[in-house]
Design a protein around this ligand. Structure first.
Ligand SMILES: O=C(CO)COP(=O)(O)O
Length: 122
């Protein structure tokens, strides 16, 4: 089954929820996982079932990166906040890097997220 991770920093969570609502029918078909707070909000504000990892600052990005290293994730939408420094920046960099190592599809803004979701549907 297609496995997709959804992650957003606080300033971008509203955008991710809106994106998930707009594509809810498609996402319903996938095995979804998310960092802790993002996952909670997705479950509260959509009808999607989401496997929640730790919150990002507590290691959630690394947990998702671990699955990328196992090659069990098909795509990641990670809406980062480009205007604010994050305390767990090294973990974020590690996730981005491991996606490149494993050639895992990664969208870090809404425009590319639209392409990713379309690509997954093919
Ligand atoms: O910080 C995050 C990703 O780097 C997101 O974590 P939360 O979904 O727990 O807010």
């Amino acid at each position: 089954m297609t496995r997709v991770a959804l992650i957003a920093h606080d300033e971008k969570k509203a955008d991710l929820i809106e994106f998930a609502q707009a594509h809810e029918q498609q996402l319903q078909e996938y095995d979804l996982l998310a960092t802790g707070t993002t996952g909670q909000r997705l479950m509260d504000e959509t009808d999607l079932e989401v496997e929640r990892k730790q919150s990002g600052p507590l290691g959630g990005d690394l947990m998702i990166g671990g699955e990328v290293a196992e090659d069990i994730i098909d795509g990641i939408v990670f809406l980062r906040d480009p205007l604010r420094a994050q305390p767990h920046e090294p973990d974020i960099s590690a996730l981005l890097r491991i996606c490149d190592v494993h050639d895992t599809a990664l969208a870090t803004n809404l425009a590319s997220a639209e392409f990713l979701i379309e690509g997954l549907a093919d």
